[in-house]
Write a protein that binds this ligand. Structure first.
Ligand code: NAD
Length: 301
């Protein structure tokens, strides 16, 4: 069965639209997100445009703040400080990747955790690990929500996560191994957690044997067809986070997007599987909207 992230994200957007409509009807201002983009990376431009379009759909105001790629780290830090101090902005994100001369760690660490709607500041990540109220990183939050909306239980299940990035691999592993009573605000997934989690990465030996013991496999590696049918046991749940551009001269734009899973051959063995596109991607964007509303609610208290 396909885990239809596009549909679930549309359902959640409708719920958010309703919540925001009733806030505004009560005379409150609409929530507002700022999106900082540096340089002209085409993929980043597309992500930012999609995020702003999603904001408009639910009634969140958004502002695009663009800088040229030669901006200095100091200048970008000053922009972050301005947004931290701006009472009209509930949350903001700095679209990654940043140019090489700017430290992503330095920039992320400067964001006020209460406005960190991407959930990437060390403070938010640490609070998530400890089960304290926090803004949870958008992609892991979206994956957890997708599992919850399809009532896929994780308790006692063996989850294999492929990839150890700070934005996907590490936080999703943490969320799914949490005790449910530590579940986080803004999530409907209160019963999710209690899984036994194995994290694999580029130096893992015999990935196939590990994957064959998995009830749920979450792949976030950025390698097309990394997960093949021989690595998957019958009835496993497959979450494909990867977004890879591969050349395809049969389509006008000259490329198409694929995930990290050999979808065609893995899907027949899987109980549930996410497509790419239309799986985790739309859930990531909707998590950003949920986080913006969460930041607004905490901010306007
Ligand atoms: P990353 O690109 O920072 O790192 C990749 C990770 O995969 C590393 O931890 C590496 O050890 C591991 N890896 C690479 N090759 C491997 C192999 N052969 N075997 C086992 N492990 C291997 O990770 P990221 O930023 O989490 O991105 C991963 C993928 O997910 C990319 O394709 C990215 O575009 C995509 N992504 C999608 C979304 C979304 O919303 N759908 C969000 C974030 C990232």
């Amino acid at each position: 069965m396909i885990l239809d992230g596009k549909k679930i994200a549309a359902d959640i957007r409708a719920e958010l639209r309703e919540q925001i409509r009733s806030l505004v009807a009560k005379g409150q201002r609409a929530p507002k997100l700022a999106v900082v983009i540096v340089g002209h990376n085409p993929a980043s431009e597309t992500y930012v445009a999609n995020k702003m379009k999603a904001c408009a759909e639910v009634g969140i105001e958004s502002e695009r703040i663009a800088f040229e790629a030669d901006i200095t780290e100091q200048e970008l830090l000053a922009a972050v400080q301005r947004l931290n101090n701006d009472p009209t902005i509930d949350g903001f994100i700095v679209q990654l990747p940043l140019p090489e001369h700017i430290s992503e760690t330095t920039i992320m660490s400067a964001i006020d955790r209460r406005k960190d709607v991407d959930g990437l500041t060390p403070e938010n990540v640490g609070r998530t690990v400890q089960g304290l109220p926090s803004l949870v990183s958008a992609t892991p939050k979206g994956i957890r929500e997708l599992l919850a909306r399809y009532a896929i239980q994780t308790e006692g299940k063996h989850v294999v996560v492929i990839g150890r990035s700070n934005i996907v691999g590490k936080p999703i592993a943490m969320l799914l191994m949490q005790r449910p009573y530590l579940s986080l605000p803004g999530m409907s997934a209160a019963s999710l957690g209690d899984a036994t989690v194995t994290i694999c990465h580029s130096k893992t030996q015999d990935l196939k044997s590990i994957c064959l013991t998995a009830d749920i496999i979450i792949v976030a590696a950025g390698c097309p067809k990394l997960l093949t049918a021989e690595m998957v046991k019958e009835g496993a749940v497959i979450i494909d986070v990867g977004i890879n551009r591969i050349d395809d001269s049969s389509v006008p734009r000259g490329y198409r997007l694929v995930g990290d899973v050999d979808f065609e051959n893995v899907a027949p063995k899987a109980a549930y599987i996410t497509p790419v596109p239309g799986g985790v991607g739309p859930m990531t964007i909707v998590s950003l909207l949920q986080n913006t509303l969460q930041a607004y609610n905490e901010h306007s208290r």
